[in-house]
Design a protein around this ligand. Structure first.
Ligand SMILES: NC(=O)c1ccc[n+]([C@@H]2O[C@H](COP(=O)([O-])OP(=O)(O)OC[C@H]3O[C@@H](n4cnc5c(N)ncnc54)[C@H](O)[C@@H]3O)[C@@H](O)[C@H]2O)c1
Ligand SMILES: [Zn+2]
Length: 350
């Protein structure tokens, strides 16, 4: 069992446990504690089996566990679903000494984190990510939100007590979910851990999952420990996301794909502004992980630029972007329109 701690000052804000089989163990997920009677579990369709196994483990240990199925994907991240969940928790007679566990991808852990931080003004919360994106990104870092007329517009910064990352659950994901999460895992390598890049270069998508999880989660946990509320260093996690988000928005492609294309574009900007020498190596590595490195055909440059102008990371003189001086050395720069245009052209948007 490996433990990674997120610290806030001298305190441990969140404990991340990486262990095969952990998600099947009531003992690990929620150690028994005097006065803690009930555990309420939330799951989405794709994580229901994992949640049922955990529910059985609680029940077998003689503990009171209840399980609720959430709508799938973004349909879970609404205030209406949150209210339904609060009312369900009321009906169970939950108190502040009880606890909730959200089991699933980022949509389920975002909703679970939001409920856990707000119900009774905060109740002990455990997240059990069951997608790679959830494990290396969404469940780590204490940000959670629901969608209100726009994505993630109502939310909180509040760490769960524990995050349980079970390699057995994440070892054989459907390929689509593996590739999606790999974009964020390899991003962690680009910004902070060249050793993770070596692992991907040697093994491609078959990279040993336990080591991928450990390395990528450490990167995010370290960054979040140094800047919980996103006033400084945390911005490096947005590598590839400025242009990536614009492409995701305009083209409607999956987040991980858009971020991969965004990283190629950021690599091109890095090459021209801060002497990054590995733009080609970065693109080849992404391609070897079956991530796209050029935008879908026929994307309108105007539409991408209009979206970038709306992006909150832009100021009047250009677009704020995370760049790489080299692998593991991110810098934040304001990038002028001409350079952004050249980077968009490098990913086929002209
Ligand atoms: N809070 C944060 O810091 C943060 C960071 C990144 C992303 N996010 C959020 O994460 C969400 C995306 O998360 P996601 O990519 O995990 O998608 P998701 O939660 O929407 O899940 C995708 C699909 O995978 C299924 N699924 C879950 N576990 C599975 C498993 N083990 N096997 C097979 N299918 C499984 C789900 O049922 C769903 O159909 C977005 O809402 C995004 O805003 C949050
Ligand atoms: Zn992302």
């Amino acid at each position: 069992m490996e433990r990674i701690l997120i610290e806030s000052g001298d305190e441990v804000a969140c404990e991340i446990i990486l262990s095969r089989g952990a998600a099947r163990s009531a003992e690990v997920v929620m150690p028994p504690q005097p006065g803690r009677d009930r555990v309420a579990l939330f799951a989405q369709p794709g994580s229901m089996q994992v949640a049922e196994n955990l529910h059985d483990s609680f029940t077998a240990a003689g503990r009171h566990s209840e399980l609720k199925l959430l709508p799938d994907r973004e349909a879970a991240k609404t205030l209406a679903v949150a209210e339904e969940c609060y009312l369900w928790l009321n009906s169970l007679g939950m108190t502040r000494s009880d606890a909730i566990v959200a089991v699933g991808g980022g949509a389920a852990t975002d909703l679970g984190g939001f409920i856990g931080a707000t119900y009774l003004r905060g109740i002990e919360t455990v997240l059990v990510p069951t997608t790679l994106l959830g494990a290396v990104d969404a469940a780590i870092g204490g940000k959670s939100a629901v969608n209100v007329g726009g994505k993630n517009l109502a939310g909180v910064f509040s760490h769960p007590a524990r995050v349980i990352v079970d390699g057995d659950v994440l070892a054989d994901l459907p390929e689509e979910l593996l590739i999606e999460g790999t974009a964020e895992a390899v991003k962690a390598g680009f910004i902070a851990d060249p050793g993770l890049l070596d692992l991907y270069a040697s093994h491609g998508l078959a990279a040993p999952i336990d080591e991928v999880l450990s390395r990528a989660i450490r990167v995010k946990a370290d960054v979040v420990s140094s800047d919980f509320t996103e006033t400084g260093q945390r911005i490096v996690l947005n590598y590839g996301h400025t242009i990536g988000h614009a492409i995701e928005h305009v083209a409607g492609i999956p987040h991980g794909h858009a971020v991969a294309i965004g990283m190629v574009a950021a690599g091109a900007v890095s090459e021209s502004l801060v002497g990054f020498a590995d733009a080609v190596a970065q693109r080849n590595l992404l391609a070897s992980l079956r991530l796209p490195t050029v935008a879908p055909p026929d994307l309108e440059l105007d539409a991408i630029e209009a979206t970038l102008r709306l992006d909150k990371k832009r100021d009047t003189s250009g677009v704020r972007m995370v760049l790489l001086e080299e692998f593991g050395k991110p810098v934040v720069e304001t990038v002028d329109t001409t350079t952004v245009r050249a980077a968009l052209s490098a990913v086929g948007i002209a």
